[in-house]
Design a protein around this ligand. Structure first.
Ligand SMILES: NC(=O)c1ccc[n+]([C@@H]2O[C@H](COP(=O)([O-])OP(=O)(O)OC[C@H]3O[C@@H](n4cnc5c(N)ncnc54)[C@H](OP(=O)(O)O)[C@@H]3O)[C@@H](O)[C@H]2O)c1
Length: 236
């Protein structure tokens, strides 16, 4: 049985490292983002702006002749503009909801309907921000919270051959954290806390996050909840 992984946001950060690890583990990987640096015979890149819903709607997932195990990781997201809610531009609100919530929702449905009979694993990359109100992260907290609930509703529906998780990766050393540290202290009350995570070496590496995600992918039956935290996964 061939294993295929569809991953959004393979241009950098967690998505790129996960894609590279899955390639090493014999998956055929299909990456969807605006940029690409991965070159591998089993990697297929599709350039797409996932905040543009026309492009998302037109996206066609690959189909396979033989029996496949198929994995979708909805990973691409943005922290958005880090400003108090009254300063948020409407155009940014729309783009951030589209990328973080509407696109993954459309892709979850496309995934289930494209592969009705195949063994399927659907992983939405969530965030602890789903359960914690963080000032100046309005769209991020709201979209991640909604994505967790979407995950739970899909799980509740018990679709054929489908396992679904929302995985919270923790605080990870990527461009998203850099963007948080580069925000304006006048607009972000918790800036010093996130600067401290970095200066005190408390950020998790993308490598460890990818390894733990692979463990979840290879051991789905060991997890009973649909919302998982990478921190609770032990590799030993
Ligand atoms: N880093 C953390 O501390 C942390 C904590 C909790 C949850 N998360 C979650 O983990 C996931 C990955 O985050 P990350 O930290 O790896 O972020 P990142 O370093 O900012 O990477 C974001 C990824 O999404 C892609 N992307 C961004 N905008 C896009 C668009 N409009 N269309 C298509 N692709 C787009 C980027 O590729 P291109 O630029 O090439 O498009 C990149 O691959 C996200 O869901 C995030 O919410 C991260």
């Amino acid at each position: 049985m061939q294993k295929a992984a569809l991953i959004t946001g393979t241009g950098g950060g967690i998505g790129k490292v996960v894609a590279e690890l899955l390639l090493k583990n014999d998956f055929d990987v299909y990456g969807y983002s605006r940029t690409n640096k991965i070159q591998h015979p089993n990697f297929t890149f599709t350039k797409i702006d996932l905040s543009d819903l026309a492009q998302v709607n037109n996206l066609v997932f690959p189909t396979f002749n033989i029996d496949n195990e198929v994995l979708l990781i909805n990973n691409a997201a943005t922290i958005g503009t880090i400003v108090p809610f009254d300063k948020k531009q409407t155009s940014d609100i729309i783009k951030e909801y589209n990328l973080n919530l509407v696109a993954p929702t459309i892709l979850c449905r496309k995934f289930i309907t494209t592969y009705p009979d195949d063994k399927k694993l659907l992983i939405n990359i969530g965030s602890g921000a789903a359960n914690k109100a963080i000032a100046s992260w309005s769209t991020y907290c709201a979209t991640k919270s909604a994505l967790d609930m979407l995950t739970q509703v899909i799980a509740e529906e018990k679709h054929k051959n489908l396992t679904v998780f929302s995985v919270h990766p923790g605080v990870v050393d990527t461009n998203m954290q850099l963007q948080i540290r580069n925000s304006d202290p006048k607009n972000f009350p918790l800036l010093s806390k996130f600067a401290d995570y970095y200066s005190q070496n408390e950020l998790e590496s993308t490598k460890i996050v990818a390894q733990k995600l692979l463990y979840i992918i290879q051991n789905t039956s060991r997890f009973e909840q649909n919302i998982l935290s990478i921190r609770d996964v032990s590799l030993n």
